[in-house]
Write a protein that binds this ligand. Structure first.
Ligand code: XIL
Length: 356
């Protein structure tokens, strides 16, 4: 600023001092803006600071293993302001046998989040998967009691520490029918309302979500989720949000992501992108990485365009710790950071989509 004032001053012969002051303020105001934007860029804005400036969070999943890993944790704590435990709050960890609870692993994730000033998305209370076998062999007339005890004990343990709970995870089949898991078999469709009410009683401050995959675009499965959400709200069930997992294949982000989020938001619900990744058939070439950057951009833009979209979480910090290669053989490179924790084109695209 000193330089520009001097330059202008030296050129301003014959202008009165008041006129000079006005001229200076007109010239320097835009310069200030340019300078501070340039400064923010030079200071490497983080995903979390940019998201927060837009009233959103930017999260990641973390596992206990990740916490021991090193480089990845420093990225987790500086770039992201929300954590979803990758596995540590799931039933097989938290209640491996009937009535015996283990919150140690989840507590470690929560304490990492706390020390880095991150919010926690609790994941999850009721799910057909990563469910210990004793639940499946519980007599059907006792499943409701077992489910309610599990929810009450876990949600009470984390009361006040989680921003949101995925209360029921992945309730639907792709054709829009409810999965016939042990909870459905014992209680019918009503298990979902019962789970939400039980969670609300235990932690009335937590935002309660239903979370699923392949509901990001408009299709049979998202229609079924929409109809369920509408019914639950009409019945006064404490449902606050819908989580769109968003495990995409590169180049296949549905065009209707924003419109689909918006219809749920119009019901009065929060929406969130909860487990974003975008897998590429390996080896990933530069075309794939560019397409991935554009996919991440469309997802982030959709969230920013829907005022009730509260945030985006990526499923894991980097390609080296992503669940994709282990679950989808031949695929990988699904996150914004490569295996050496270097930002990929998707990272830079997200920074710019967030206004950085
Ligand atoms: C995944 C974890 O990342 C893996 O470590 C685990 O082996 C299986 O589950 N949908 C979800 C997440 O809701 O809980 C899943 O996480 C990924 C798909």
């Amino acid at each position: 600023m000193t330089t520009s004032r001097t330059l202008i001053g030296s050129r301003s012969t014959g202008i009165g001092s008041r006129a000079l002051a006005v001229a200076l303020s007109l010239v320097t105001a835009p310069l200030l803006v340019v300078t501070s934007a340039a400064h923010a860029h030079a200071a490497n804005p983080t995903l979390r600071s940019l998201a927060e400036a837009k009233g959103r969070y930017f999260g990641t999943a973390l596992t206990q293993g990740d916490l021991n890993a090193g480089g990845e944790t420093s990225i987790a704590g500086t770039q992201f302001d929300a954590v979803t435990p990758g596995n540590e709050m799931k039933w097989d960890t938290t209640e491996p046998s009937n009535g015996r609870y283990n919150f140690g692993p989840g507590d470690r994730i929560v304490s990492f989040a706390r020390s880095h000033n991150m919010r926690v998305r609790g994941h999850n209370l009721v799910w057909h998967s990563q469910l210990p076998s004793w639940v499946g062999s519980t007599p059907l007339n006792q499943v409701q009691r077992v489910m309610e005890s599990h929810i009450t004990t876990e949600a009470t343990h984390y009361k006040g520490q989680v921003y949101a709970w995925d209360v029921v995870n992945e309730p639907f089949n792709d054709n829009g029918s409810l999965r016939h898991d042990v909870f459905y078999n014992a209680m019918g469709t009503g298990y979902i309302a019962d789970a939400l009410r039980t969670a609300h009683a235990a932690d009335p401050g937590a935002k309660l979500y239903l979370n699923d995959y392949n509901i990001e675009g408009e299709n049979a499965k998202s229609n079924a989720m929409y109809n369920l959400a509408k019914q639950l709200l009409a019945q006064g069930v404490p449902l606050n949000g819908i989580g769109f997992e968003s495990h995409f294949v590169v180049g296949q982000v549905p065009a209707s992501v924003q419109a689909n989020m918006q219809r749920f938001a119009n019901l009065g619900l929060d929406v969130a992108v909860t487990e974003l990744d975008d897998r590429i058939h390996l080896p990933a070439g530069s075309a794939g990485l560019q397409q991935q950057a554009s996919d991440f951009t469309s997802v982030v833009r959709a969230c920013l365009a829907v005022s009730r979209c509260v945030g985006v979480s990526q499923w894991g910090v980097d390609d080296a710790h992503s669940w994709i290669p282990g679950t989808f053989p031949g695929y990988g490179a699904a996150t914004m950071y490569d295996g050496n924790d270097q930002p990929k084109p998707a990272y830079h695209a997200v920074v710019s989509a967030l206004g950085g």
